[in-house]
Design a protein around this ligand. Structure first.
Ligand code: GTP
Ligand code: MG
Length: 499
């Protein structure tokens, strides 16, 4: 029983119970991701996940020594999450600027461009928001990706969009992340809107927990804003409201969460600690220090190789992109692309712009393969150990926690939703409810279950139309936890208990 309880905690979420009777906000905008013009600007490091492929692979030999040195540093994927306009892209951009990756001239250029678009204060966000529509609207759409490093760690920043229309993109970013930076705006009224029901502060925290983001750094941003002015009272208010919610979402606040005040726009408390004359009450670390000191358990480099594919392209062969969830990949390895069982050979492995000979869990890679055509690969496929490939199914048993059904609908056999599991997005249907679990005692309820409502925990059989690659949560947590969404809302989170 204790195990089950711990599992549910780790999966998350008692929070739904608290919120059952709220109003459901209909979506007011359809995602228009498809219409986006892709205009990846090359000046800086940040590139959207979708737009990244044509990466430059140069200077390999000249930097080999430095690279070997680099590879000794640990690598962490950090997803920036939080409500729309909280300052995720601004903070991400500032990090790149402070770590010396964007020069003053580029910043000046962005300042001018932002001004021309009547978005003066958005120039820092332009470092992460690389395409035109993002810049015009001042909203991130695709997950921006960038790299920086501190003394101990190489970081990949994944800058998620906050707008509710783009939650699927946020899910894809968070599912690649090891840790999360939750950005909260301290500006008067903005914290409140983000934290409300329907605000993405809540949804992102719950999703992040479900998707395996085990550690959170909560940055209370816009502390410089005139309505805040580095007020300790405001900071404490936000912290004290966030803590119970984070607990309900399954985070162990003492162990897994830390808070700190920053100004993304002014670049304060990011690379260096706050000046006492500005903020006398903050004794704690700056953002870089906090990121440096976070410890994250990594996947097992000796377990069977698994890398869900998030994108692919042609470049002297077929190149696939993804994050290693378990095992180790080496040059020359013979692997399988599942579920199609295509035999492939590893021709080259790249981390960022650097070619490497091997890579382990947590690394974001581009892998050049022979033996497969680009057309034969879809995102959601998994590059897999040949001796011990990932399981393929069209049906599985899962334990679901119902969060919030549309219009307080009931959840029964026949319920259809979109399943998000690692990089897979697939229509699914609940074909049978097997057993309800009492959310309070965590014990199975004997009575036969025909339907459940918000807040329920239920074991059920789930079917998909196409074969997908997944694992049991207990074997590979990242490949066995999922979310169910309908009409742009997350309705349930779950973990796969049997295949
Ligand atoms: P989405 O990507 O749309 O979810 O937004 P975001 O969280 O990336 O926010 P973004 O960085 O685009 O910033 C939104 C607005 O907040 C911009 O006008 C920024 O200048 C402003 N902003 C961000 N950080 C700060 C800050 O530290 N202080 C102040 N005063 N304004 C900030
Ligand atoms: Mg943004």
């Amino acid at each position: 029983m204790v195990d089950l309880e711990e599992d549910i905690r780790s999966l998350q979420l008692d929070s739904a119970a608290e919120d059952i009777n709220g109003v459901v906000n209909p979506e007011d905008e359809k995602p228009d991701v498809d219409k986006m013009d892709e205009d990846p600007k090359q000046e800086v490091q940040a590139q959207s996940v979708e737009a990244e492929p044509k990466a430059k692979v140069k200077e390999i030999l000249s930097v080999q020594d430095e690279e070997d040195e680099q590879m000794k540093k640990r690598h962490l994927n950090v997803v920036f999450i939080g409500h729309v306009d909280a300052g995720k892209s601004t903070t991400g951009g500032q990090i790149l600027f402070l770590s010396g990756q964007v020069d003053d001239r580029t910043i000046q250029k962005y300042e001018k461009e932002a001004k021309d678009k009547s978005r003066e204060s958005w120039y820092m966000a332009y470092i992460m928001d690389t395409n035109e529509e993002e810049r015009v609207k001042g909203k991130t759409v695709e997950v921006g990706r960038a790299h920086f490093e501190t003394d101990t760690t190489r970081f990949t920043i994944l800058d998620a969009p906050g707008h509710k229309s783009y939650v699927p993109n946020m899910i894809s970013g968070a599912s690649q992340a090891d840790i999360g930076v939750l950005v909260i705006s301290a500006r008067k009224g903005e914290f409140e809107t983000g934290y409300e029901r329907g605000g993405q502060t809540r949804e992102h925290v719950q999703l992040a927990k479900t998707l395996g983001v085990t550690k959170l750094l909560v940055v209370v941003n816009k502390m410089d804003d005139p309505t805040v002015n580095w007020s300790k009272e405001r900071y404490d208010e936000i912290e004290s409201k966030m803590i119970p919610f984070l607990k309900q979402s399954g985070y162990n606040v003492k162990k897994d969460v830390s808070f700190l005040p920053i100004s993304g726009l002014m670049g304060l408390n990011i690379k260096t600690r706050l000046d006492k004359s500005l903020c006398s009450w903050w004794d704690g670390p700056c953002l870089f220090e906090s990121l440096d000191s976070i410890e994250v358990p990594m996947g097992d480099p000796k377990s069977p190789f698994r890398m869900p594919i998030i994108d692919k392209f042609k470049d002297m062969g077929t190149v696939v992109m993804g994050k290693v969830e378990s095992g180790t990949i080496r040059d020359g390895d013979s692997l399988l692309i599942m579920p199609n069982k295509d035999h492939v050979k590893v021709v080259a492995i790249y981390i960022d712009e650097n070619r490497v000979t091997l890579a382990g869990p947590g690394e974001n890679l581009r892998v050049r393969l022979s033996g497969v055509e680009e057309e034969d690969i879809l995102s959601g496929f998994v590059l897999s150990s040949a001796a011990n490939p990932i399981s393929t199914v069209t049906e599985f048993v899962a334990q679901l926690q119902i969060l919030e059904l549309l219009d307080n609908a009931i959840f029964t056999a026949g319920y259809k939703a979109v399943l998000h599991v690692h990089s897979v997005v697939e229509e699914c249907e609940i074909v049978e409810l097997l057993q309800q679990i009492d959310p309070k005692t965590r014990k199975p309820i004997k009575k036969k279950v025909l339907f459940v409502k918000n807040g329920a925990i239920v074991l059920c059989r789930v079917q998909v139309n196409n074969v997908i690659c997944v694992e049991k949560f207990s074997d590979f947590p990242q490949l066995g936890r999922f979310t169910l969404r309908t009409e742009g809302k997350t309705v349930a989170v779950g973990k796969i208990t049997a295949l």
